[in-house]
Write a protein that binds this ligand. Structure first.
Ligand SMILES: [Zn+2]
Length: 224
């Protein structure tokens, strides 16, 4: 029969309640602490984190956004965009906020994720130029189809695929930033100037990559 000391907390109470009165202590083996959330019995942060969090299925475009050569702030805005979580005007209006629904980039259509990426004349121009810079011969798609295209062209980590993924992230980030500059600061940049800036930013990232083969295709991608 066990003779427990008086329990001092809920955990001690739980241990006492879970111990069978018939359990015979093993006097040969010393007591030890075992972390039951890990197969090895040892505590790891990963096992604790996995026990605490809710696990959701991985979205198919995850590796198109979260790859090692992406720029963190670009990836973050791209991630919000793909989830439809940017504070676009259609969402603000749905929450009852009195904002002007018109897109500040083209001043023609109402602003939404789909419009900004890339149904808007302004953003379509920017992304079409970036596609050309990537030597990708196809029209500029809307957001949903662009994500589909990303999913089917991101599997390998080749130089051209990495550059395409980076270009998409940069374009989304800078278009959203241009939108904010117009809304909050009244500062406008032409589509031509913005695409040129994005191309320079992507080029700067590419030039920092190591072990890049200096072939004709790669030279074309970083050409000014
Ligand atoms: Zn627009």
């Amino acid at each position: 029969m066990w003779r427990w000391p008086r329990p001092r907390n809920a955990i001690a109470k739980e241990i006492m309640a879970g111990t069978s009165p018939d359990l015979t202590p093993n006097i040969v083996i010393s007591d030890s602490v075992r972390w039951t959330l890990n197969g090895s019995g040892k505590f790891t942060l990963k096992s604790a984190w996995n026990a605490l969090r809710t696990v959701y299925p991985v979205v198919p475009w995850a590796k198109g956004v979260w790859f090692s050569h992406n720029v963190s702030r670009w990836a973050f805005i791209e991630w919000l965009t793909f989830l439809g979580r940017l504070f676009t005007k259609d969402r603000l209006l749905s929450w009852g906020l009195g904002v002007n629904a018109t897109c500040v980039l083209c001043c023609q259509e109402d602003e939404s994720h789909e419009h900004l990426f890339f149904e808007c004349d302004y953003s379509r121009y920017v992304w079409t130029r970036m596609l050309g810079k990537n030597t990708i011969v196809r029209p500029c798609y809307g957001l949903a189809r662009e994500i589909d295209w990303l999913c089917t062209h991101m599997r390998a980590d080749s130089y051209t695929q990495r550059t395409y993924k980076l270009s998409l992230a940069a374009s989304i980030y800078w278009i959203w930033r241009e939108r904010n500059a117009r809304v909050f600061k009244g500062i406008n940049t032409s589509a031509e100037s913005l695409w040129s800036k994005i191309a320079d930013e992507v080029k700067a990232c590419m030039c920092s990559w190591r072990r890049i083969k200096p072939n004709d295709e790669n030279r074309l991608l970083v050409r000014s």
